[in-house]
Ligand binder design. Sequence first.
Ligand SMILES: [Zn+2]
Length: 463
Amino acid sequence: MRTLFKHGTVVTPDKTFPADLLVDGERIAAIAPDLPADGATVVDGGGTYLLPGGIDVHTHLDMPLNGIASADDFHSGHVAAAFGGTTSHIDFAIQPKGAALREALDLWHERARGKACIDYGFHMTIADPTPAVLREIARLPEWGVPSVKVLMAYKGRLQVDDATLFAVLREAARHGLLTMVHCENGDVIEILTREAVAAGNLGPKFHPLTRPAELEGEATGRAIALAAVAAAPVYIVHLTCDLALQQVRGARARGQHVWAETCPQYFFFTADDLDRPGFEGAKFVCSPPFRTTRDQEALWEGVRDGTLSVVSTDHCPFNFATEKVRGRDDFTKIPNGVPVIEDRLSVLHDAGVVAGRISLNRFVELTATNPARLFGLYPRKGALAVGADADIVLWDPKRERTLSARTHHMRVDYNLFEGMTVRGAPAGVWLRGRQIVDGDRFLGQPGTGQFLHRDRFAVELAP
Ligand SMILES: [Zn+2]
């Protein structure tokens, strides 16, 4: 099957240029002016941009948590992602206590089986780092999983101590893996949380107050220092504040192999949103929490100056009426996480590109190219180039969408950006040469999304 995109404008991290783009089978076969149709199906790209399919490297689909699971599974989450222009994502397989990493990976493969409509990969979250598990890290790349994650928060559940963080960093680096770190000081958060509960401070607004930015800045600096000593590359997940940003900026200026991501929601919301009337604030409970408008400005600066390399979502939806409500009388019982997988490109385009903060080229770099470079998918994905997978978004920069739970495709009863009208949305989406979204119609098929067996981390490809 061949498809020819005529009259479009191709966007790469370096340039924007008018060209035709020919897809043959699952790959891009040619990008040049005035390509002949020669029997190919012709798609008129006039007035639109051709972007590489979005890659979201931080998601939690069907994630088990205290007897419930995040509301989107590998079907509904994929449909929603596709409507938003995302054609690949990397989810976190989380090691259950006592389990081998291979068992955890098998569990997550099972979750995706028969459901996937876009391509997907896994990172491995190490939650129970026994000596045998640390030895197992060496095998992850041969299973297509060249990245591990450790958490410095969630004491008693997922948090690892400094010795373990250091051991993981060193072992991962030795075998060509990139270590991702959730940076918050879980020990101090635990104290502040216990004190808040004892004082009867139980509403959602106490969630950010018990996880102050200083504790993210401190943990980010500590992770970076341990990575330097371990001679390991490190990737800071969901960075939210200026204090953490300064740590990353300083380390990168010293030439250390440090990268960081933020998520769109951190540009839009502050701790004040946790204090909305009634229990509405629970909709905004995620960790690290929303900060201040000053931090938002710092994040935009970080995106502009290259301190931040990726914008992913940390998509982890829980229904307000049935799940968030578990914490009505105690914010510590509100399941953490927000729904974003569908809206990532549109909200970043509107607040970033339309508002003049970043170029369309930088937008592509943050949402597709850099994620592919850092996580072993480049040049197969993340760029429009001859030989690459034909994951293509026909992006209409003028198309307006009003974001709402009534119209979104995520399987969750609220939209974080409810009522917000944004400019920029996909007119059509193709996954490996096959159209999966046409305007408001979904054309994808469950079971056609493929597991992404990713390459080992390569510093020479990293941004
Ligand atoms: Zn996460």
